[in-house]
Design a protein around this ligand. Structure first.
Ligand SMILES: NC(=O)c1ccc[n+]([C@@H]2O[C@H](COP(=O)([O-])OP(=O)(O)OC[C@H]3O[C@@H](n4cnc5c(N)ncnc54)[C@H](OP(=O)(O)O)[C@@H]3O)[C@@H](O)[C@H]2O)c1
Length: 226
């Protein structure tokens, strides 16, 4: 299974690419510029202390989307529409996992405040942008800090809240999430639940600032207790 990380040159995408490449998954990093994606591959190789990682490559966003079985979108809200427009011809039959958190900082404000999105959430905005396409949108990763992802020698100490309307697509996304060491994927129900989940991200950023750390995350407990 080929995982394309669209906008994978930024903090979140790079962290996900590194984690998945490290455990042997087939990963392609996408960027507006192929050269920038290739540089991101070199950065990961340096960080992992390996050369020529066979299961990792860097391409333009459209070329990455063409090759993908599953797509992870890791761009800021202000880049969401243009980025999706650039790959929309290559998404039919695929799953897109949207990691976007709509933060006030996306429009010049504070990262500890969220902004309302007309469609209800960034993930639902992805659905609206890709209207007419045969694609399943799942929301995940928006509460996992890039610092935890990049800290690849340690497990990631948080759960990942996953939302989606198509159960089969959601289960595939949850399988992928569960490959991240330390992370439990939690099925949070339909995509509209993302309206709640995306708002946790600015809360975590605020907790990071208050506690002078970069690793705040959440755990859901008690789900197995009867
Ligand atoms: N960073 C975190 O800890 C974290 C945690 C949870 C969720 N998230 C979410 O994950 C997403 C990515 O976060 P990030 O911190 O990795 O973002 P980022 O570093 O700001 O951007 C990621 C990539 O998106 C592309 N991009 C940035 N601005 C763009 C623009 N104006 N137009 C088109 N493309 C643009 C760039 O790729 P190219 O230049 O290579 O095209 C960039 O490397 C965001 O939605 C964020 O809310 C982040």
């Amino acid at each position: 299974m080929k995982i394309a990380i669209i906008g994978g040159t930024g903090d979140q995408g790079l962290g996900l690419a590194m984690r998945y490449a490290k455990i042997g998954e087939d990963v392609v990093i996408g960027s507006r510029k192929a050269e920038k994606a290739e540089n991101a591959v070199s950065e990961i190789e340096n960080l992992l202390g390996q050369t020529n990682i066979k299961n990792l490559e860097g391409l333009s966003n459209p070329d990455a989307a063409v090759l993908a079985d599953i797509i992870i979108l890791t761009v800021p809200l202000q880049a969401q529409k243009a980025t999706l427009d650039s790959i929309k011809d290559y998404v039919d039959g695929k799953i897109i996992i949207d990691a976007t958190a709509p933060l006030s900082s996306n429009i010049g404000g504070s990262p500890i405040e969220f902004i309302e999105v007309w469609e209800g959430s960034a993930a639902e905005r992805t659905v609206a942008i890709l209207k007419g396409k045969n694609v399943d949108i799942v929301s995940a990763y928006s509460n996992i800090s890039s610092s935890s992802l990049m800290n690849h020698e340690e497990d990631i100490d948080c759960d990942c809240l996953v939302c989606g309307d198509n159960n089969e697509a959601k289960l595939k996304a949850m399988e992928l999430v569960n490959l991240l060491p330390g992370v439990n994927a939690i099925d949070c129900g339909p995509l509209s639940r993302t309206r709640i989940v995306e708002k946790i991200t600015p809360l975590l950023i605020g907790l990071n600032i208050k506690n002078k750390t970069h690793y705040a995350g959440i755990r859901i407990t008690g789900l197995d207790k009867k």
